[in-house]
Design a protein around this ligand. Structure first.
Ligand code: ADP
Ligand code: MG
Length: 466
């Protein structure tokens, strides 16, 4: 690869290679492709549109992540065809691109005294019905420090904003209470630092660091699963902070009770305070996230493009961000305006992506349409055969294909109890075993159809089977 520039570019190149793997790096960033840093922007200069397109589809998130790691701030990554006119570096680009990965722990980290730069800001956190409880609980926890001590645990799947919220809390404390000792650490860093301290026989330094905090933010506590010694140490830290009346906010990818090897005492402590869950964003929150992202990157996203992308890309905020970066990259590459036609073309690949799950709403809409009803009916309490048939099939498909817990499914499907979801999806499983028939809407009115056939057809329509 023709490295452009000096040390920073080499660092960037190494970081990208690390994130995507050496083989892929050689294939796509080898001969002819080079990276260039211009001000706060990173250009990926490619020789063919095909290579550019491939990089845009597959590696934008990693490029953004690597750029932030190497350059700090929020660099904008753009793909440019060699020989095409050089884009003017934009005067300013802010807004966070991806989460900062946990840096590898080295013994040196134990001595670190500088404050980390964490990119998530509460002001950039788009609040919607999916996350407002977590957001306001986090805000309260850092605002009312004098209130009776109450640990806060935020749980939710990957890419739903846990790290962003914790970073935001850290940054808000820095600004609002600069004298307080606020520590942000990931479960992985906590573990590594503890192991290093043990090896160096410096547990005292480790303990002093964590037990003297005013606010401790621990991201991804699930990393401690199966690590008995670290769990024991963390429990002591937790208790010490509690006894001193200090604050602690923790994130986890699951409810602590579902962390099988976390150990009963720690699970009890983690659930003793406020426990809130982050859910995937709904349609309007997805639109708002796209709008804010466009604003942050000073890009125009027409309303119909926002609507289209928010409908097509469900799942997590991270998926949505991936789609946004792809849109921008494809528009830049084809030197055309970002309109609906281009968005359809750019996002089509992502929709066909095996990793891209449909949203709960999409599954509900698709199932409801086959039963001749709408999503509101699926959410209702109506129990007639058609509606409850549709509801059960939708719950079954959501449970089978989306990585959501039963309570999450229940809440996002009309605030149903988790047992309702369990019973409904088990009923469908039984009916599938028996090859039962269901009544679906056809042009000629309602007709019986094999449930197996229906489920298969729905899965094909949702891109979940071929
Ligand atoms: P998690 O830690 O739960 O895996 P992250 O906090 O890393 O998720 O979020 C994934 C990406 O989505 C990040 O770039 C983050 O800034 C962004 N993000 C998540 N939730 C929101 C939100 N509510 N508003 C704006 N951006 C968000
Ligand atoms: Mg995270």
């Amino acid at each position: 690869m023709n490295a452009t520039g000096t040390g920073k570019v080499c660092e960037l190149r190494d970081r990208v290679a690390q994130l995507i793997g050496d083989n892929r790096f050689r294939t796509w960033f080898g001969d002819g492709t080079n990276l260039e840093i211009a001000g706060e922007e990173v250009f990926v200069n490619v020789t063919t549109r095909f290579i550019g397109d491939w990089i845009a589809t597959n590696y934008m998130n990693q490029l953004a992540e690597a750029s932030t790691d190497v350059m700090g701030g929020c660099p904008l990554v753009q793909i440019r065809l060699k020989g095409s006119p050089k884009a003017e570096p934009s005067p300013h680009s802010n807004g966070k691109i991806t989460a900062r990965p946990a840096p590898a722990a080295t013994p040196a980290r134990l001595k670190r005294t500088d404050r980390p730069v964490l990119r998530g800001e509460l002001a950039n956190f788009v609040v919607g019905p999916n996350n407002e409880l977590a957001y306001s609980a986090a805000r309260r926890a850092i605002k009312e420090l004098s209130e009776a001590y109450r640990p806060l645990l935020i749980h939710g799947g990957v890419g739903l904003g846990k790290t962003h919220l914790l970073h935001g809390c850290f940054n808000a404390v820095q600004r609002e209470h600069p004298l307080l000792n606020c520590v942000y650490v990931s479960g992985e860093e906590f573990t590594n630092e503890y192991v290093c301290a043990l090896k160096a026989r410096r547990e005292d330094v480790f303990r002093a660091r964590f037990r003297s905090v005013d606010i401790l933010l621990v991201d991804d506590i699930h990393f401690l699963e199966g690590k008995k010694a670290t769990q024991g140490e963390f429990l002591h830290t937790f208790n010490a902070i509690g006894a001193a009346g200090k604050a602690i906010i923790i994130s986890s990818d699951r409810h602590p009770r579902l962390l099988a090897t976390l150990g009963e005492p720690l699970a009890n402590r983690l659930t003793a305070g406020t426990v809130v869950e982050l859910l995937p964003p709904d349609y309007s929150t997805r639109c708002e996230i796209l709008r804010r992202r466009a604003q942050a990157f000073k890009k125009e996203l027409p309303a119909d493009v926002i609507d289209y992308v928010a409908r097509q890309i469900g799942g997590t905020v991270r998926d949505l961000e991936g789609a946004f970066h792809r849109l921008i990259a494809v528009a830049a590459l084809s030197h055309t305006r970002l309109d609906l036609a281009l968005a359809k073309q750019a996002v089509a690949d992502l929709c066909g992506d095996q990793n891209q799950s449909p949203t709960v709403e999409k599954i509900e809409d698709t199932v409801a349409a086959r039963f001749g009803i709408n999503r509101a009916a699926v959410h209702s309490a109506a129990r007639d055969r058609i509606v409850s048939g549709a509801r059960s099939v939708a719950m079954y498909l959501v449970r089978k294909h989306l990585r959501l817990s039963l309570p999450q499914i229940g809440r996002s499907m009309g605030n149903k109890n988790h047992t309702t979801v369990l019973i409904a999806s088990r009923r469908v499983e039984d009916q599938l075993v028996r090859d039962a028939e269901v009544a679906v809407k056809t042009a000629a009115g309602y007709q019986e159809l094999s449930l197996r056939t229906l489920v298969h057809e729905l899965e094909v329509e949702l891109g979940l089977a071929s």
